[in-house]
Design a protein around this ligand. Structure first.
Ligand SMILES: Nc1ncnc2c1ncn2[C@@H]1O[C@H](COP(=O)(O)OP(=O)(O)OP(=O)(O)O)[C@@H](O)[C@H]1O
Ligand SMILES: [Mg+2]
Length: 226
C-alpha cells in the first residue's frame, strides 16, 4: 500500500490584523501519497504560500488536523516539529534564499549545521555528488552573486536535498527564472519525482504546473479539482 505522507483535514487559517479577521484557508482537505507530484495553483493572495508553510511545518493552522508521515503534528512541541521539518522536508523558494557570503558547497551543507553532529566528510562527498548531478561542479567555490539565477536555484535544490527529505516543497521555484532555466529546474523536479521523491509545487504558471502529475486549484480558501 502506498503511504500517505500528507493528510490535511479541514484546515482553516485565519489572520488577525487589528480587529479584522481574515480567513485565508477555509477548510482545506488534501491527501498526498509517497511518490506524488502535486501542483497547487491559485490567484495571488489565494493562500498558496500560507498552505505550503503549514504543510512544511513552518506555520500552524488555526484549526483542523494535519497528519504528516503518520504523525499528528498538532500534538508535537516546537522542538519535535523542527526536528521533523529538518529531517524530512526540503524547501525551495522563489528568491533562492542562499547565504550571500557562503560558497556553493557551504550553502548546500548549511542545513546539516543545525544537527548536533554537524557534517562529516561523507556529507561533503554527498554534497559534491549532488552538485555534480546538478551541473554545478565548476561553481563549487563560487558565491551566489557569481551565479546566474538558474544556477542559484540549482544550488538551492541541492541544499534542499542534502538531508534526503521525503517531501520537497517549492514555492514559485521558477518565478525569478527565464524560460530556459525554468525548464531545467522542472526537468530536475521530474527526475527526482521519478526516483520516488514526493513533490508539492506552488505556481501560478499553467505551463509549469503541467509538469506535475496532478493539479489542484485554490479558490476562496478551498480546493477545486481541475
Ligand atoms: N502573516 C500574515 N498576516 C496577515 N495576513 C497575511 C499574512 N500572511 C499572509 N496574509 C494574507 O493571507 C492571504 C494569502 O496570502 P498568501 O501569501 O498565502 O497568498 P499566495 O497565494 O501565496 O499569493 P502570491 O501568489 O501572491 O504569492 C493574503 O491576503 C495575505 O495578505
Ligand atoms: Mg505566495
Amino acid at each position: 500500500m502506498v503511504k500517505k505522507l500528507v493528510l490535511l483535514q479541514n484546515i482553516v487559517k485565519t489572520y488577525q490584523t487589528g480587529n479584522i479577521e481574515h480567513q485565508v484557508l477555509k477548510g482545506i482537505n488534501l491527501e498526498v501519497k509517497e511518490g506524488d507530484f502535486l501542483a497547487i495553483m491559485g490567484v495571488s493572495g489565494s493562500g498558496k504560500t500560507t498552505l505550503l508553510n503549514i504543510i512544511g511545518l513552518l506555520d500552524k493552522p488555526t484549526s483542523g488536523t494535519y497528519i504528516f508521515d503518520g504523525q499528528d503534528v498538532s500534538k508535537l512541541n516546537s522542538k519535535e516539529i523542527a526536528f521533523i521539518r529538518n529531517k524530512k522536508i526540503g524547501f525551495i523558494f522563489q528568491a533562492f534564499h542562499l547565504i550571500p557570503w557562503a560558497t556553493t558547497l557551504e550553502n548546500v551543507l548549511l542545513p546539516l549545521l543545525y544537527r548536533k553532529e554537524g557534517f562529516t566528510k561523507e556529507d561533503e562527498k554527498e554534497a559534491v555528488k549532488l552538485l555534480e548531478r546538478l551541473g554545478l561542479i565548476d561553481k563549487i567555490h563560487a558565491k551566489p552573486s557569481e551565479l546566474s539565477g538558474g544556477q542559484q536555484q540549482r544550488v538551492a535544490i541541492a541544499r534542499a536535498l542534502i538531508n534526503k527529505p521525503k517531501l520537497l516543497l517549492a514555492d514559485e521555484p521558477t518565478g525569478n527564472l527565464d524560460t530556459q532555466s525554468s525548464s531545467e529546474v522542472m526537468k530536475i523536479f521530474k527526475e527526482l519525482n521519478q526516483e520516488g521523491l514526493t513533490i508539492i509545487l506552488v505556481t501560478h504558471d499553467p505551463e509549469i504546473a503541467k509538469n506535475a502529475k496532478e493539479i489542484k486549484i485554490i479558490v476562496d480558501g478551498v480546493f477545486v479539482e481541475k
